[in-house]
Design a protein around this ligand. Structure first.
Ligand SMILES: Nc1nc2c(ncn2[C@@H]2O[C@H](COP(=O)(O)OP(=O)(O)OP(=O)(O)O)[C@@H](O)[C@H]2O)c(=O)[nH]1
Ligand SMILES: [Mg+2]
Ligand SMILES: [Zn+2]
Length: 490
C-alpha cells in the first residue's frame, strides 16, 4: 500500500499501522480496517469474505458430455499437476442422461448438480461453491484445449478477468463460416454498443480472480451471462485482458447453442445491458464522460476539470472528496476518496493514493491538506453540518476549499435536470436529494467563517466556489443551520 499522509482512524483519529498482511489497525481504539487491492477501506463491507482453500478452482459446465469428459478430465488434471497448481476440479451438471455422472466419479472429480437452469445457471452454481483464489471456466466439449491453461495461468496477475480470445490478433476459431460471421457480428455490436473494448465477449474460457466474481451479483441463466459478467466487472472497476487462443470445434456430442434464438435473447437483453453499462454507478462513468460522444457531457466534464485543476494549482497536499473515476485525480499530488469502491478500483490507473471512505467521517487527521476538492458530492448526501465541518477539519486553517454543486437558483440547471430526468430516468436527476442555491449557500459558508474568493460556472448552471477557511484555529460557532443553504430556505 502507498503511504497516505494524514491517514487516521475515522472513528477516533488515532494512528494506523499495518496489522496482519491485509489490513490496518488503529493504535488507539484497536479497530481494524481492510485494505482492498491497495485501497484502505473504512466502509464496512457487505460481503463477508469466503475463505480460500486452494489456488485455483476449475469449473466445467457439462450437459451430456460423457464422451468428451472422458478425455478432458484427465488432461486437465495432468496440466494442473505439471504446473504445480493446488486446485479443485468441479463439473457442474445440467441433468445429463448420458452417463456424465459416472465418468466424473471415475475420475475422482466433484459433480455439482446445478441449482438454476441453463449455462448461466451452471456457472453461478459453480461460482458459489468455488474456493480457489482464482476460478477457471472451460467447456466440456473439447473446444477449449486444456494445455492452454498454462498461458491463462501465466496471465493471472495481468488482470482480474483473463479471456481466451478467438478474435484478437493471433487467435483463431474453427467454426463453420456462418457461425463465425454471426459470432463476430454479435461481438462487434455488443462491443461498440456497450463500450466494451474487447474482441471476444462470448468466450467461455476465462480465468477470474474469485474476489472479483464474488462482488458481482449475477442474474443471467443463459449463455449471455458471459457478457453480463464482463459488464458488471467493468462497472465495478475490474480489469480485463485477452490472450489469443485457438478455438477448436467440439469433439463429440450435440451443441446446446441455438444461434437464432440466441440472437433474439441477446437483443432482448441489450436494453437492460445498455442501462447497466451506462448507469452512473459504473466505475468508469466520469472517465468516459470526458471523451463522451455526447457534446454536452464531454463539455461538462472538461470544463469542470479545467476549472478545478486551475483553482487547485499551486496547492501541495490535495484531497479530492468524492473523486469518482474522474481524471481530475490524475493530475498529481492528490489523494482521492470515494464511497464507491469500484470507482476507486478503476481510478488506480492514475496512480494516486486512494481511500475508500465517507465524507461524514473522513479518515484523516486535522489540518492534513492545504486544498480540498469536493465537486458534485454534496447534492447526493443529506444537508448535514458534518459534511462541512469534516471538509474544514482536514484543511489547515486558511486552506482552500473547492466546492462544486448545481445551482438550483438557476432555471437553466432546473430545465436541464428536467430534460435529463425524462431522457434518462434513474440517472443523476433522481440522485440529487439536496438542492443548494447560490445566494443561500454563500451566506451559509460565510456564516461558517469562510471567505469566498470566486465562483465559476460549468454550463451556466453548476457553481464551483473557491473558498478559504478561517485562518484562526478557533472556528467561530456557526450562526446559521446548514438548511439555510438550501434553495428554498429564506
Ligand atoms: N451444466 C450445464 N452445462 C451446459 C448447459 N448448456 C451448455 N452446457 C455446457 O456448456 C458448454 C458450452 O456449451 P456448447 O453446447 O458447447 O455451446 P457452444 O460452444 O456455444 O456450441 P458448440 O460447441 O458449437 O456446440 C459445454 O460444455 C456444454 O456441455 C446447461 O444448461 N447446463
Ligand atoms: Mg462448445
Ligand atoms: Zn481508532
Amino acid at each position: 500500500m502507498q503511504t497516505i499522509p494524514g491517514l487516521a482512524c475515522p472513528a477516533c483519529r488515532g494512528d494506523l499501522r499495518p496489522d496482519s498482511e491485509t489490513g490496518l489497525g488503529c493504535t488507539a481504539c484497536q479497530r481494524s480496517y481492510p485494505v482492498f487491492e491497495d485501497i484502505p477501506s473504512f466502509i464496512p463491507s457487505p460481503v463477508p469474505d469466503r475463505s480460500t482453500l486452494c489456488q485455483l478452482t476449475v469449473l466445467v459446465p457439462a450437459l451430456n458430455e460423457a464422451a468428451n469428459l472422458q478425455e478432458l478430465l484427465p488432461s486437465i488434471r495432468r496440466e494442473l499437476q505439471s504446473l504445480g497448481i493446488d486446485h479443485e476440479l468441479l463439473v457442474v451438471d445440467g441433468g445429463s442422461t448420458d452417463g456424465t455422472a459416472d465418468v466424473v466419479a471415475r475420475h475422482d472429480v466433484v459433480l455439482l448438480p446445478q441449482a438454476m437452469p441453463g449455462y448461466g445457471g451452471a456457472l453461478r452454481t459453480g461460482f458459489e461453491r468455488a474456493r480457489g483464489e482464482f476460478v477457471l471456466t472451460l467447456d466440456a466439449d473439447g473446444s477449449h484445449d486444456p494445455t492452454f491453461l498454462r498461458q491463462m495461468w501465466a496471465a493471472r496477475s495481468a488482470a482480474d478477468v483473463v479471456i481466451a480470445s478467438r478474435y484478437v490478433p493471433g487467435g483463431t476459431a474453427d467454426m463453420p463460416r456462418s457461425r463465425r460471421l454471426l459470432s463476430r457480428i454479435l461481438n462487434l455490436v455488443f462491443g461498440r454498443g456497450l463500450s466494451l473494448p474487447y474482441a471476444d465477449l462470448s468466450s467461455g474460457y476465462r480465468l477470474y480472480r474469485r474476489r472479483a466474481l464474488e462482488s458481482l451479483s449475477l442474474r443471467g441463466t443463459d449463455f449471455n451471462i458471459l457478457e453480463e459478467i464482463l459488464i458488471r466487472a467493468v462497472a465495478a472497476g475490474f480489469t480485463v485482458q485477452e490472450v489469443p487462443f485457438h478455438y477448436r470445434a467440439r469433439r463429440a456430442g450435440k451443441t446446446h447453442a441455438r444461434l437464432a434464438s440466441f440472437a433474439v435473447s441477446y437483443l432482448k437483453t441489450f436494453g437492460a445491458m445498455w442501462k447497466l453499462r451506462n448507469s452512473i454507478a459504473s466505475a468508469d462513468y466520469d472517465s468516459r464522460a470526458y471523451d463522451s460522444i455526447v457534446p454536452l457531457q464531454r463539455y461538462w466534464q472538461r470544463r469542470r476539470y479545467a476549472v478545478i485543476t486551475r483553482l487547485a494549482g499551486g496547492a501541495k497536499r490535495v484531497l479530492d472528496v468524492g473523486c469518482g473515476s474522474s481524471r481530475i485525480i490524475g493530475s498529481g499530488r492528490l489523494v482521492g476518496l470515494d464511497i464507491v469502491l469500484g470507482k476507486l478500483r478503476y481510478a488506480r490507473r492514475y496512480e494516486n493514493p486512494l481511500v475508500h471512505g465517507s465524507i461524514f467521517e473522513l479518515p484523516f487527521k486535522d489540518a492534513s491538506f492545504d486544498c480540498v476538492i469536493c465537486s458534485e458530492v454534496i447534492e447526493h448526501v443529506p444537508a448535514d453540518e458534518r459534511v462541512f465541518s469534516e471538509l474544514e477539519r482536514v484543511l489547515e486553517p486558511g486552506g482552500k476549499l473547492i466546492l462544486g454543486t448545481p445551482d438550483y437558483d438557476r432555471w437553466r440547471w432546473r430545465a436541464l435536470e428536467w430534460v435529463y430526468g425524462k431522457v434518462s430516468p434513474g440517472g443523476y436527476a433522481d440522485e440529487h436529494i439536496t438542492h443548494y442555491g447560490r445566494e443561500n449557500l454563500a451566506a451559509y459558508l460565510r456564516a461558517r467563517g469562510m471567505t469566498i474568493q470566486s465562483v465559476d460556472y460549468v454550463g451556466g448552471s453548476e457553481m464551483i466556489f473557491s473558498l478559504r477557511t478561517s485562518p484562526s484555529r478557533e472556528r467561530p460557532p456557526a450562526t446559521l443551520p446548514v438548511t439555510a443553504g438550501l434553495r428554498n430556505a429564506r
